[in-house]
Design a protein around this ligand. Sequence first.
Ligand code: PLP
Ligand code: COI
Length: 354
Amino acid sequence: MNTLMSDIKITKTKTTKIHDVDFDNLNFGRTFSDHMLVCDFKDGKWQSPEIVPYQAIVLDPSAKIFHYGQSVFEGLKAYKDTDDSVWLFRPLENFKRLNISAKRLAMPELPEEIFMDGLKALLKVDSEWIPKKEGSSLYIRPFIFASGNGFHASPADEYKFVIALAPSGAYFSGNVKVLIEETYSRSANGGVGFAKAGGNYAGQFYPTQLAVEKGYQQVIWTDDTNHEYIEEAGAMNIFIRINDTLITGPTSDRILDGITRKSIIDIAKAEGIPVEVRKITVTEVVNAAKDGSLKEMFGAGTAAVVSPISGFGYKGIDYDLPELKETYAAFIKKYITDIQTNKSEDPFGWRVKV
Ligand code: PLP
Ligand code: COI
């Protein structure tokens, strides 16, 4: 397959929705741009991608996505700088991870050209939808799902790859209070936790609802064996600062290999922040909270960027984090968003111009 941007068929909408959008007050992922990219997998191969007006997708009731949940997705963002140039942040990492996820769910892997050229072509068509306001960006949601039919519990023979775009503001408003999970798990050894599979998120909703009822916004996932180790924070990787050292768990079968996470590790190393990638127990965090050495906890992910955690609950006790004047979270958030939005040098070569 050798798809070039110029080969992608584009059908433009006759009626833009852009004038109905209040770009100063965007929620996260609730407003969608005028167009989307679609590409079908059938007869054993990916067909030509097309850009079409944003629209509903019609499926047979027996489509396997409804029954067996073959669905994987990605999340990345496009940013517009002061000169109206458009930038992506490490998009090839999203492409590679989409295929890692697809493979785990026995779905066909996508050629790089369809992802990269398709995305760039779509962003050109909908470039007016990329917010310029600080803290806002165009959230990009590429996904693949089983559109093929049949109740047989086996992989579908047809799939759809779609890219949809949502001009978005912040994912969370304010700091986040979290509950360390003692009962439920989001993933297990040998499972699909490392994949961005739709079902992983469905499985998180119920335990998160229970946490919300108790006054927390997110769950801190712990290992499925003994709930002893800290793993992720909702749909984010987690960083914990004890004294001056930043700690995050190693990736595994159970943890998503986050692009923000690995960027933060590189930034910390480059900036002389002591950083350790190692297992961290709930006991260590609770003890650090008790003796005052726990300085910060924050979630890291594309949607939420860097989200400071203000406190956590564990075994019925709430622990507050100190309010520091200068935090690693604020430093790292600025560092990474300055690179993303072309406000600073990009020593790592992460930024990609569209
Ligand atoms: N962990 C989970 C479960 C996620 O859904 C995400 C979001 O993508 C992340 C971590 C962060 O990954 P990334 O930084 O690549 O967005
Ligand atoms: C992201 O950070 O891009 C995610 O995918 C999180 C999400 C489930 C909103």
